[in-house]
Design a protein around this ligand. Structure first.
Ligand SMILES: NC(=O)c1ccc[n+]([C@@H]2O[C@H](COP(=O)([O-])OP(=O)(O)OC[C@H]3O[C@@H](n4cnc5c(N)ncnc54)[C@H](OP(=O)(O)O)[C@@H]3O)[C@@H](O)[C@H]2O)c1
Length: 260
């Protein structure tokens, strides 16, 4: 299937690792130029190397999404170089393991930090990138949320922040003005994804037996997902063929979630 993405420009936040890097690769493979940001220069350098074989333009710059100024500086550079982007993937997020099991002993700052990293970052990038999409009468905004943005079960600050992102994509998708300008808004809700060097791998090493029982109980496929499996769905949602998919919250979780 031809996704119709050759020559499109895509910004993937947190595009230097995990789902973000897999998404940047999937979009570059489809012919997109990609702009990525994250905090670590080493990760950005690695991502640039991995993206190089696709022979597309790559902008890779440090940015910390906890800082409005840092987001503004990165967006200004992308807009200054390309005028804007056709595709925005709000991937940065997390905080599902932050705070304490005890809600009353968890500092209020955790709630704010998790909201900032997930929801506020999505608001900041999306509002800055919309004018170019509007002018071109075409755009795709995809936000990586979580199955926990659609159901209970996690730490509340994380569920709330992911639910806020999910709700934002739905509300913008229902906005006739934006839809009339050819822009779609969707969220992708991954289940548990195995990413080297992050939480699940640490868990598997720390307690292999506990990890196996968790997988056997919670994951119908008997395994965790891969970043590439999530990225493949993101790439499709960004395609010309997915024009009717708008305001959707799409589970990519191997059947793990309880929500319909
Ligand atoms: N993995 C899962 O099981 C899973 C499940 C459901 C949902 N998700 C969601 O999927 C998204 C991606 O998660 P992932 O597991 O792929 O994460 P990951 O492998 O840890 O990668 C996160 C990426 O974001 C960057 N990043 C982290 N904090 C940042 C900050 N403050 N400012 C800018 N960049 C930052 C990281 O680079 P630097 O460290 O260099 O900044 C890295 O490029 C998140 O929204 C997460 O909530 C993941």
């Amino acid at each position: 299937m031809d996704f119709g993405l050759i020559g499109k420009r895509a910004l993937v936040t947190g595009g230097s690792h995990g789902i973000g890097l897999a998404t940047a690769i999937a979009l570059a493979r489809e012919g997109c130029d990609v702009a990525i940001c994250s905090r670590s220069d080493d990760r950005l350098a690695y991502a640039r190397e991995v993206l190089q074989p696709f022979q597309r333009e790559v902008i890779a710059r440090p940015c910390d999404v906890h800082s409005g100024e840092s987001i503004q500086a990165f967006c200004t550079e992308v807009i200054g170089t390309w005028g804007g982007v056709d595709i925005l993937v709000n991937n940065v997020g997390g905080g599902g393991r932050w705070g304490l099991a005890s809600v009353e002993d968890t500092d209020e700052k955790v709630w704010m930090d998790v909201y900032e990293k997930n929801a506020l970052a999505t608001i900041r990038f999306t509002t800055r990138m919309l004018p170019f999409m509007r002018a071109k009468k075409w755009g795709r905004v995809v936000t990586i949320t979580s199955r926990l943005g659609r159901e209970g079960g996690g730490r509340p600050w994380f569920n709330m922040a992911k639910a806020a992102q999910t709700s934002m994509m739905k509300c913008l998708g229902m906005n006739h003005d934006l839809a009339g300008d050819g822009i779609t808004f969707n969220s992708i809700a991954p289940g548990n994804i195995m990413i080297p060097g992050t939480g699940w791998e640490d868990e598997m090493k720390r307690d292999p037996h506990g990890f196996q029982s968790y997988v056997a109980q919670e994951c119908p496929l008997g395994r965790l997902g891969t970043p590439e499996e999530v990225a493949a769905v993101v790439a499709f949602i960004c395609s010309e063929q997915a024009g009717l998919v708008n305001g959707a919250a799409i589970a990519v979780d191997g059947g793990e979630s309880r929500a319909f």
